[in-house]
Design a protein around this ligand. Structure first.
Ligand code: SF4
Ligand code: MG
Length: 326
């Protein structure tokens, strides 16, 4: 049977006054029901654009889908009608964002925003929708859901707003949830609580979950697999355990070395020098070569192919085998 979600060889460009920004350059990943894929990368690596393309919320123009495929239960979404795309949004695949305050409408109560979806998309009565909204706020562990449902987003704390947004995203029982930096704006304790909540809901509902993050630390305990993105490509894809044990790409290695570790307190953290490239002018060969401490001459000229290191594990580095056998 087809995977729940399959993205294949996706190319997306943004046509700007300064030229063509190649934001996605052949991205492939898949997510099964009950599975958590973490998509990791610095800002501008293409992780959010991939998600927005899956959701069908890229502005076109300036965005152009230059190639590839996105299949949900085997159904191609890129060529589906607008009507079909709208059906899939929310009830097939839902998405939550970093900034709950901008995703929630400030002039309506939290309850109303959940209920509206249920009335419009499910034809529920006002009373049933209210009942369901309270259940959903309960589900995301918002205390006093019955009272909270009547409150406005600004009356919620940051963490509670994030929970409310999760409740809203679950209203139509999606099979797949995409969370784009859902905890970045929160303090560390609340971050962990939200991650635990997402994981719990995902397991209970056997949902597919994509967690987009720039922080390998945040997803360590919840990700089954990890896809690392750089300059609009996936440079490493692996089960989480193998990746944390032995990264198969110098970029992943750099990201891991820049994580604070409890057992190495006081030691200076390695950080990857330099900045990600402009997508208007991606370096030749391996796009990571200007920042890579392992770079050789071949890296400047030849784009590294995807090396299959073991089943389910690949790396786009000329020296991937050496790296994991070190
Ligand atoms: Fe570094 Fe070369 Fe590997 Fe790219 S291909 S990550 S530049 S060693
Ligand atoms: Mg982003």
């Amino acid at each position: 049977t087809a995977p729940l979600l399959q993205v294949e060889d996706l190319f997306v460009e943004f046509h700007t006054r300064d030229g063509i920004a190649k934001v996605l350059n052949g991205v492939s990943y898949h997510v099964e029901a009950g599975e958590t894929l973490a998509v990791l990368g610095e800002s501008g690596s293409g992780k959010s654009v991939t998600a927005q393309t899956i959701m069908g919320i890229i502005d076109m123009p300036p965005g152009v889908i230059a190639g590839g495929s996105i299949k949900f239960h085997g159904e191609e979404l890129l060529t589906a009608s607008d009507r079909r795309r709208r059906e899939v949004r929310g009830s097939g695949i839902a998405m939550i964002f970093q900034d709950a305050l901008s995703a929630l409408n400030p002039v309506f109560t939290v309850g109303f925003q959940i209920e509206e979806q249920l009335r419009v998309r499910r034809g529920m009565s006002r009373k049933d929708a209210r009942k369901r909204a309270v259940e959903l706020l309960d589900l995301v562990k918002i205390p006093n859901a019955k009272g909270r449902v009547r409150q406005y987003p600004h009356e919620f704390s940051g963490g509670m707003r994030q929970r409310a947004m999760i409740a809203m995203s679950l209203a139509l029982d999606p099979e797949m949830l995409i969370a784009d930096e859902p905890t970045t704006a929160l303090d560390v304790t609340v971050q962990a609580q939200i991650m635990d909540l997402l994981k719990e809901i995902q397991v209970e509902r056997n949902m597919g979950l994509i967690l987009i993050t720039h922080d390998l630390g945040v997803v360590a305990e919840v990700a089954d697999r990890i896809a690392v993105m750089y300059a609009g490509r996936i440079v490493e894809q692996s089960d989480a355990l193998s990746l944390y044990r032995k990264p198969g790409h110098p970029y992943t290695k750099g990201l891991l070395e820049s994580l604070p570790r409890l057992d190495q307190r006081g030691q200076e953290l390695m950080t990857i020098k330099g900045l990600p490239p402009s997508l208007l002018k991606i370096p030749t060969g391996c796009p990571f070569h200007p920042r890579c401490t392992m770079a050789q001459d071949v890296c400047k000229t030849d784009v590294p192919p995807q090396h299959r290191l073991m089943p389910g594990r690949m790396s786009a580095c000329h020296f991937a085998e050496e790296l994991i056998s070190e």
